[in-house]
Design a protein around this ligand. Sequence first.
Ligand code: DGL
Length: 274
Amino acid sequence: MDTSPIGVFDSGYGGLTILDGIRKRLPKYDYIYLGDNARAPYGTRSFDVVYEFTLQAVKKLFDMGCPLVILGCNTASAKALRTIQQQYLPLNAPDRRVLGVIRPTAEIVGSISKTKHIGVLATEGTIKSESYKLEIEKLHPGTSIVGQACPMWVPLVENNEFDKPGADYFVKDSLDKLLSKDSLIDTIILGCTHYPLLINKINKYLPNGIQLIPQGKYIAESLEYYLHRHAEMETRISTNGKCKYYTSESPSKFRDCASLFLNEDNIEAERIVL
Ligand code: DGL
């Protein structure tokens, strides 16, 4: 049987934090990473546009042979995943699968929070979609969820300002706004794949006793469990431990920025037109 890599998609670089978590846990598989860097960020774009861009990327990964695609982007998972799963796949690619990052995070968070008061920090698009709130309430009834959009955090990361003094103001401001909405929060989801790079700054202003949930580790665990339950999909994934990178922007720009997310130099990417 022909085998092919798992596709991982993000609007830009953030999905590399998801890819990193997945490759650490599941190193034997092959992966194709696709970043739509030319059109990032997606966080403030409308539902229709995020759906259109995400579907283009998913189709491209399908064309490259990927039987399984992970949307390593909360915004795309919030705004495009359901329509792709419920409308596009059944008609156009019934043997392929597309998975997101919100459900696995929502599943795990209920067992971590003791107070059952959870905060979500994410892009404006993810917060407005209320995807986390809806998923967590469904999976863990009785939990209180409040969200805070952090419009400056992705630009801080994408512009390599995330560990500079200027970032402190925006990190503290968004964190304070979230915590002022609910004093019982004991668990905060970093609901955007860029945010793990701000973790040192966030920890600086995070009150004791509040736990942060970065996603990479949990998405990896969830994917492992998915492949365990779906042997028919697992046998379609190639296993040479390799990863290829594609970007809709310039490969040299991708190489310079991607190294911040992956702690790897010389990441060779190819330009792709979506
Ligand atoms: N990586 C995206 C996410 O997880 C955020 C970046 C963007 O706004 O495009 O939501």
